[in-house]
Design a protein around this ligand. Structure first.
Ligand code: F6R
Length: 607
């Protein structure tokens, strides 16, 4: 996730306005920054790797001439954070500048065609195909608007772009497909941005740009068109009355709630990973003689879920290991035949990096899954995948967990296909279900929030909680516990309900709150029996059930519904959402700030 911004002023220089706006966008990403302006028929560009203040100290981002400008703040997804990969990107002639947020899925194909026509690419980004393609269309005699429109119609993926051109220097053309873009209008300027808060100090008058729309912005006006059929869209501006603090959270009271709610959009990005990365990683996994899944905290829970996915779908057995235990537990057995798949959203967790370092020292193959391109994990991995969740601000991991699960599920599927372990029909069915995951999670987020809030109200004074699941849901139970521990400091624990009889059963008293995760997979009957047993001892049961599961509904004290007919390997993605919401609403009910749990930091980078 990155941020884009553009403005046309009636008077004065755009660069300081762009610079200020980028500072407000910094929460979306912060590994590189760049600006472009046009003045007297010439394009001016400043960009570099680093945080905005550091780049400004080095290059003075206020010092570019011209009243029209673009800006970009980057969180790398294609190409490491380096000056050459920072936006804006230009065409060969240095006349077209483009900033983009999103993923252009068919960039490799377009890049190949353009290289054959003599275009020279400087960066490793997907974005750079856009200015070159526009240039190619301009060369053929199309107008600026036509060239942009034709280019947009060629792009696959999800994106928001803004473009300026020296020979048509009184306009910005911006557009979005399945990505966020808004317009701001004031007496003295027009703006486009990835979000509203960026221009809120300048104007509250905004127009939302919808999917498939292109906007021609000039200092006087804006014209919206559908870029596929060129039909005109009439949309009046709205007045936004958010205060800036609320606006960054897009109207949500906390980042944690916002991040729970943006999961469907993140999952849309994550399910659009480039096939070649998945193929490459799956090839390494396939060859692995011995595979360790290594991580801490939430990322470890994703490893645990992956161990079920890889085993059940691709018949690949793995060893999920806490990074902090890796060296002690298995270190001496690691050798050239070992493969380590390390998971770390930050890519900087000290225990995970120590495990990786140790394994590298013993000649093992290192694979990485992270949210931060350019992090240490990406530098030490033979192959890595970026999970495309965008920066996460809430300390409790939410959207980064479901994004990890989605990548791991895709890897399991690839591997199953490669190994011929699942029939063609099943593969196609699973792929279709994977594509539905953003909609499935959207439905849960939209329909279950209020219900979870009421349950949190009811249970807010309970001094402890137990979480149970079986099979892959035991990873969900662990993650649910961690969310509650982090945000509420309520003693709670999780285990497979198969282990209940080995001690935990001793804790049960009337009213003891127990949360059971009960998808209708192979474990369902056993989980049902486990609930019966706990109910017989007077426990209060909150069940996460599939829609319409009357059997458990009749047994449980409270229930939250997820969607039915979701395959087992995708179920953790939907089942964790009610538990994230539960932890969130419990914190709110108990007067705690879920975004700032005491004693916790986002990344544990010191031992
Ligand atoms: C949980 C949480 C932590 C992290 C853990 C690993 O909400 O945020 O438990 O999951 O510190 O962090 P990464 O994934 O960055 O290695």
């Amino acid at each position: 996730m990155v941020g884009i911004f553009g403005c046309i002023l009636k008077d004065g220089n755009a660069a300081p306005v762009v610079h200020e706006a980028l500072k407000r966008l910094e929460y979306r990403g912060y590994d590189s920054v760049g600006e472009a302006t046009i003045h007297e028929g010439k394009l001016y560009v400043k960009k570099d790797q680093g945080k905005i203040d550091d780049v400004h100290a080095l290059h003075n981002l206020d010092d570019l001439p011209g009243r029209i400008g673009l800006g970009h703040i980057r969180w790398a997804t294609h190409g490491a954070p380096m000056q050459v990969n920072a936006h804006p990107h230009l065409d060969c002639g240095g006349q077209v500048a483009v900033v983009q947020n999103g993923i252009i899925e068919n960039y490799a194909e377009i890049k190949g065609e353009l290289e054959e026509l003599g275009h020279v690419f400087k960066s490793k980004t997907d974005t750079e195909v856009v200015p070159h393609l526009i240039e190619e269309k301009l060369r053929k005699g199309l107008s600026f608007i036509e060239a942009v429109r034709e280019t947009l119609n060629r792009l696959e993926g999800s994106f928001a772009v803004a473009v300026i051109y020296v020979k048509d220097s009184d306009k910005i053309i911006c557009a979005q497909k399945e990505n966020s873009l808004t317009i701001g209008l004031s007496e003295n300027a027009v703006y486009c941005s990835s979000d509203i808060p960026t221009f809120l100090p300048m104007t509250k008058k905004t127009v939302l740009v919808e999917n498939g729309e292109l906007v021609i912005l000039s200092d006087k006006d804006y014209e919206i068109r559908n870029f596929a059929d060129w039909s005109q869209v009439v949309r009046e501006p709205k007045i936004i009355d958010w205060v800036p603090e609320v606006a960054v959270k897009e109207g949500f009271p906390h980042f944690m709630l916002k991040e729970i709610h943006v999961q469907p959009a993140c999952l849309k990005r994550t399910t659009r990973l480039q096939e070649e990365y998945l193929d490459l990683m799956a090839a390494f996994l396939d060859r692995a003689k011995e595979l360790f899944l290594v991580a801490c905290g939430t990322s470890y829970h994703a490893c645990l879920a992956a161990s079920y996915m890889f085993s059940k779908m691709a018949f690949l057995s793995t060893h999920p290991v806490y990074a902090s235990e890796f060296i002690e537990q298995v270190g001496k057995s690691v050798n050239i035949d070992s493969t380590i798949l390390a998971l770390s959203q930050s890519g900087e967790t000290v225990d995970t990096l120590a495990a990786v370092d140790y394994a590298r020292g013993r000649a093992a193959t290192i694979l990485g899954l992270t949210n931060v391109v350019g992090s240490t994990l990406t530098r030490v991995s033979r192959v890595y995948i970026c999970q495309q969740a965008g920066p996460e601000i809430g300390v409790a991991a939410t959207k980064t967990f479901t994004a990890q699960l989605s990548v791991l599920a895709q890897l399991a599927l690839k591997l199953a296909e490669k190994r011929g372990k699942v029939s063609h029909v099943e593969i196609e069915h699973f792929k279709a279900k994977l594509r539905q995951i953003p909609d499935i999670t959207e439905k849960i987020v939209q329909t279950q929030g209020e219900k979870v809030k009421q349950i949190a109200k009811k249970y807010r004074d309970k001094p402890y909680f137990l979480f149970f699941g079986r099979g892959i849901s035991s990873a969900v139970a662990l993650e649910g516990t961690l969310k509650l521990l982090e945000t509420n400091q309520i003693p709670s624990m999780a285990c497979s309900s198969g282990e209940m009889k080995d001690g935990v059963v001793n804790l049960v008293q009337p009213g003891y709150p127990m949360i059971f995760i009960c998808p209708k997979d192979d474990t369902y009957k056993k989980v049902y029996a486990d609930i019966m047993e706990m109910k017989a001892r007077g426990a209060s049961v909150i069940a996460i059930i599939e829609e319409g599961d009357e059997q458990i509904k009749a047994l449980a004290d409270d229930y939250i519904e997820v969607m039915k007919d979701v395959p087992e390997f995708l179920c953790p993605i939907q089942c964790i959402i009610p538990l994230q919401l539960f932890a969130y609403y419990m914190a709110v009910e108990r007067g705690l700030d879920p975004d700032r749990p005491r004693h916790l930091t986002k990344a544990v980078t010191v031992k």
